[in-house]
Design a protein around this ligand. Structure first.
Ligand code: GAR
Length: 200
């Protein structure tokens, strides 16, 4: 049975495999929180279908249609208030939030990044690009990091990390998949439970 507990909004932009991992972990790894809302900034995101299939309310807020970052964040604020959200999880959310927004939600926004921060992170490092950079540099270990979001892209306090081996013959796609399977899909539910069940 899915428990009540803290109300989480998951922000997405794409395929939503991390969202799926979170949805699947409700009632097992995640006992102290529930996904109360999914917000996508991309109307075509497959993640929206995953939310629908799980019966979770989902909204699309397009920055392009709303006209500016400020208008996007105002609309987001309204959604978060409507659903009485306690904290936010960025799960493949490809928009940088403003310092005003992150300050309001200090230590209440988690992000998953597909590398061992401080390697291959910050502006310009997202999605497959992170794995391309890791392969180009020739690292033998990479991984994933869950961290709190502050005004510095990928610069907030680190909560959890897990290392993953780079193997001979890896392509960015193969490495991305291994990092997701071995690290991201495990770390993110664990981090949500940690935050929801503690006084952090
Ligand atoms: C994931 O690998 C996530 O770590 C990454 O995008 C992918 C989204 O996949 N996020 C970033 O690069 C953020 N800087 P998903 O939509 O299948 O969860």
């Amino acid at each position: 049975m899915v428990s009540e507990g803290k109300r989480v909004a998951v922000l997405v932009s794409g395929g939503g495999t991390n969202l799926q991992a979170i949805l699947d972990a409700q009632g097992s790894v995640i006992r102290s929180a529930r996904i109360a809302l999914v917000v996508s900034n991309n109307p075509g995101a497959y993640a929206l279908k995953r939310a629908e299939a799980a019966g979770v309310p989902a909204r699309t807020l397009s920055k392009k249609e709303l006209g500016s970052q400020a208008a996007f964040e105002k609309a987001l604020d309204a959604c978060l208030a409507e659903y009485r959200i306690d904290f936010i999880v960025l799960a493949g959310f490809m928009t940088i939030l403003s310092p005003d927004f992150t300050r309001q939600w200090d230590h209440r926004i988690l992000n998953i990044h597909p590398s061992l921060i401080p390697a291959f992170c910050g502006k310009g490092y997202y999605g497959l690009r992170v794995h391309e950079a890791a392969l180009a540099r020739g690292v033998k270990l990479t991984g994933a990091t869950v961290h709190f979001v502050n005004e510095i892209p990928d610069g907030g306090e680190i909560l959890l990390q897990k290392a993953v081996e780079v193997l001979p013959g890896d392509t960015p796609e193969l490495l991305q998949r291994r990092v997701m399977e071995q690290a991201e899909w495990k770390l993110l539910p664990q981090a949500i439970e940690l935050l929801a069940s503690s006084e952090l």
